[in-house]
Design a protein around this ligand. Structure first.
Ligand code: ADP
Length: 597
């Protein structure tokens, strides 16, 4: 349950780099434009030392300085403008890449198989969509361009230096090479530490999700301080990883800076000697030193680019983990009206065996039953008997390991998924209500429902009085997870939502557990009314529900142990008799008499 997607780590840098290029490919036009503009800016900057040499030569020849100085000024302004324009284009590209990856990730998470979500923590997935993708912004544009430009400019500067003085060039190249070896040792450590920092952020997301998801329980248990400590532990991990990143980053920057200084000293020493011996004109030494100074920029670009690349690759690993989780088949882009047969659906389980995980026991073991079209079938059995799992298999949240689950004689695996689910109205056990207005919640499963249809369904589910009470009617916000509503109201909203879908098969998972007897009776009538045009499967815990069912299935040890009507089962089946005496009786005793709390 708590295993995050495979741990991130920069173990396969080349394939991660390919993935990164894949993210960037759609925006390569702007990327190249931005890169070229920045590069031109850099080239212009490269010409500045040449212009300086020109100034010095003119000076020693006693010529007019206006021309060369003006040229230098124009060069500087142009170089700065090009650099700014290039940076803007590159940042735009970065934003586009991040957007593309985020939308892709969200789409993928929506289509994740239920089984995958069972094994991953939503908080960690959220961190991957929000925080890890942010790290891609710079790497996917600016640092890619910087790295390429840095290499090009470095080569350019070195080539120009060839023509100035070969000895000095060799001295410089030696120092630069040494620096690159050092950087190659340092940079992967930045990637690793970034991966750890991001993993810690994922943990923080998961921790918060756990706490906020059970906020009242946390408070009621007095667990605030413990939860804070737990989260602070992961915050500390993030900080520690951040320290490591900072330390290696400092080493990388220092190495680059030191290399330039070293080269400067070496060139000054060797070059000075050559000037003294008359092998080198002084203006060449000055120009060479200026180039050396100028090398700062490409080397800086290279260092920053390569550092960011490491950071970005760590993020690519974490994003890619999500992309590798299994997803369901995509729904068609244009959702057409339901294609299936009109009228109630026939459901059949034939020899179905299923377990949630290989290392757990079978939940269903050769389970077989038929729910005829338009019938109402009640599933009863002890807690954990596999009743909800029947619904999960019908919705194809999971697939049977053996046997077949069919609707209208067609295996659920052969149904296009969206059509299969379009056929079914499903009311979950805990009747989730989503953040948003009442109308949003009701239309969640049927966005095309009209206000008139909503009104009818609200009447059926006896929610019309709630509607009158709400200050803004259908447009009232119902709060995060419907916290402003009572349990019974949430259940009725969930039922209304399922009914608005006009399903051919209605699955009710203990959907009336929190209703008072008056409302429950009313809903029972509604369900009885729609049975006939809709097949109803209900997980029952009340005598009243089972009594109105056309057949009752008693689930035990993964099988249907007995089936029949209430009367038949009471006389024929020990387990049912026991359930009736305990579960149903207990439910009746617990049944509140007033409006539900
Ligand atoms: P019922 O609805 O009859 O109470 P369920 O169908 O919910 O029973 O669960 C049947 C068994 O499967 C239980 O032992 C439960 O712990 C287990 N189970 C349910 N859901 C999952 C899941 N997502 N992953 C692993 N085991 C599960």
């Amino acid at each position: 349950m708590h295993s995050a997607p495979a741990a991130a780590g920069p173990e396969k840098p080349l394939s991660a780099l390919r993935t990164l290029f894949g993210y960037v490919r759609p925006y390569r036009g702007t990327l190249i434009a931005g890169g070229v503009v920045s590069f031109l800016g850099g080239i212009l900057g490269l010409a500045a030392p040449l212009a300086t040499k020109e100034v010095l030569d003119t000076l020693s020849a006693g010529g007019d300085l206006t021309g060369p100085v003006l040229l230098m000024a124009v060069l500087f302004v142009l170089a700065a403008a090009l650099h700014a324009g290039g940076t803007y284009l590159l940042e735009r590209t970065g934003e586009n890449v991040v957007r593309g990856v985020r939308v892709g990730l969200v789409g993928r998470i929506m289509r994740l198989r239920v089984r995958e979500l069972d094994q991953n923590r939503p908080g960690d997935l959220m961190a991957r969509v929000t925080s890890d993708t942010t790290l891609l912004r710079q790497v996917s544009a600016e640092s890619l361009a910087n790295t390429v430009n840095g290499v090009l400019l470095l080569i350019g500067a070195l080539v120009v230096m060839v023509f100035m003085d070969l000895v000095l060039l060799l001295v410089t190249a030696g120092v630069v090479l040494m620096m690159m070896v050092c950087e190659a040792l340092v940079l992967p450590r930045i990637g690793r530490a970034t991966g750890q920092a991001q993993a810690a952020l994922g943990e923080i997301g998961s921790d918060l999700e756990r706490t906020l998801g059970a906020f009242r329980t946390v408070k009621a248990s007095g667990a605030e301080a413990r939860e804070t400590d737990l989260i602070a532990g992961h915050v500390d991990l993030a900080r520690r990883a951040g320290y490591t990143v900072a330390a290696w980053h400092a080493v990388a920057t220092m190495t680059a800076g030191l290399a330039i200084q070293l080269a400067f000293l070496a060139v000054l020493g060797v070059g000075g000697a050559r000037v003294l011996s008359g092998d080198l004109p002084i203006s060449s030494l000055v120009a060479f030193l200026l180039y050396l100074y100028y090398l700062n920029r490409p080397i800086d670009w290279l260092t920053v680019g390569a550092t960011q690349l490491q950071v970005g690759l760590a993020a690519v690993h974490r994003v890619r983990d999500v992309e590798q989780l299994k997803v369901e088949e995509p729904a068609p882009v244009t959702v057409t009206a339901p294609q299936g047969e009109p009228g109630a659906a026939t459901v059949e389980f034939a020899g179905v065996s299923f377990r949630y995980r290989e290392d757990t026991e079978l939940v269903h073991n050769d389970l077989s039953f038929v729910a005829p079209a338009g019938s109402m079938t009640a599933l009863v059995g002890s807690s954990g008997a596999g009743k909800s799992t029947v619904f999960a298999l019908l919705e194809r949240f999971y697939e049977a390991d053996r046997g077949s689950v069919t609707i209208d004689g067609r295996d659920v695996r052969d149904w296009p998924l969206h059509e299969l689910r379009r056929t079914i109205g499903y009311v979950e056990q805990d009747a989730p209500v989503l953040h948003g207005t009442l109308r949003d919640n009701l239309r969640f499963a049927a966005p095309e429902a009209t206000d008139e249809q909503i009104r009818q369904v609200l009447e059926l589910t006896r929610l019309d009085s709630l509607l009158r009470r709400l200050p803004e009617g259908l447009d009232t916000a119902v709060g995060h997870r419907g916290t402003t509503l009572s349990g019974g109201e949430r259940q009725r909203i969930a039922i209304a939502r399922a009914l608005l879908r006009y399903p051919r098969l209605l699955l009710l998972d203990e959907a009336t557990s929190q209703l008072d007897s008056v409302n429950e009776a009313a809903l029972r009538e509604v369900v009885a009314d729609i049975a006939g045009t809709t097949t109803v499967l209900v997980i029952a815990h009340r005598l009243s529900t089972v009594a109105s069912a056309s057949q009752i299935l008693v689930l035990d040890a993964g099988k249907v142990r007995a089936s029949g009507t209430h009367r038949e089962l009471i006389s024929d089946d020990d387990l049912y008799r026991q359930l009736a005496a305990t579960q149903f009786a207990a439910a009746s005793v617990l049944e509140p008499t007033g409006p539900e709390a």
